[in-house]
Design a protein. Sequence first.
Length: 373
Amino acid sequence: MILSELHLHHFRNYEDQTVHFAPGVNVLIGHNAQGKTNMLEAIYALSLTRSHRTNNDRELINWQEKSASISGVVQKASGRVPLELQFTKEGKRAKVNHLEQARLAQYIGQLNAILFAPEDLSLVKGAPAVRRRFMDMEFSQMSSKYLYNASQYRSLLRQRNKYLKQLKYGQQHDRVLLDVLSDQLAAYGAELVVARFHFLQQLEKWAADLHYQISLNAEKLRLVYATQLKVTAETTVDDAYQQLLTIFKENKAREIDQGSTMFGPQRDDIRFLVNGKNVQSFGSQGQQRTTALAVKLAEIDLMKEQTGEYPLLLLDDVLSELDTVRQTHLLTAIQDKVQTFLTTTSLSDVARQLINEPTIFNIKNGTLIKEEE
Ligand SMILES: Nc1ncnc2c1ncn2[C@@H]1O[C@H](COP(=O)(O)OP(=O)(O)OP(=O)(O)O)[C@@H](O)[C@H]1O
């Protein structure tokens, strides 16, 4: 898919900006704090209705203003889709084809984007919550069923945790209601666990190939899904549901004592093994970087397989973080395949040579101007 035009109104430091993007590689060049990341953030938000760097939508609205909007036109095999998001201090609204969507979940999936930024190294190095968020954000874009199950799970988990706390402090006594909540949580949790297992298996296939190439055929990458359940390729959603139910039953007293849910996909993790060793604890900085890059690039293919369309690729200031071998791999893997948005303070000669006909935009103080060839 291609984002052919984008319009920003009072979004961060953009007052009123319309851009027509090229289908290939769009390079956004500017000094620090001019609005490069803000532009990628706008594209990412147009895809997922939320920013990649804040949970507070109000931060997206220009400081002097009360509301902001992002709109754009996506070109897909199925046709042209206008998208629009409006942010006010009260909340946000999303439109597809000029029609307001009653639920944001109906909007997500229209535009798919994968973002790769220096902080993505934390995918490997960071806390497990980073990897769970990665799974939820990426798999939700590929599958509306996943998105639905994840959001139901989150809201039931909040309810169950609240109820466990009330039982703990004697504000509630009815354990039958806890069983009802456990049953519902197990049903959605089982869907998530099985889906995560399968998505990660597919992701591993591409990521391992890419990692092998980038490491010049020296390293084999494996992605291991770490979950409290016993899951294999044969595990059905019903098996996983029964396992979770049993765990909840056996640990009822412990969970009440803790006042929170101790089991389920909110405790999951991903382990990245390079030549059999956990790269999080034993990998060099370079191996961790290669792993993060391979996983992100693998997502492009996984998304194509799941949705039939290549996503957009947003690369925030990553070239300077990669050595020449990794830059070459990255740029050759995406050329002529994926519409790419790449920010940089200056484009190195290496990158300039590797990119096939880049379209260059200069960004200065919240204004973006296309460089004429
Ligand atoms: N809500 C907002 N309203 C107005 N300006 C904002 C808002 N949020 C951020 N800014 C401004 O946007 C600028 C930062 O832009 P951005 O994060 O895109 O930088 P960048 O060009 O990617 O720079 P770097 O290379 O340093 O990452 C800063 O000048 C900041 O003050």
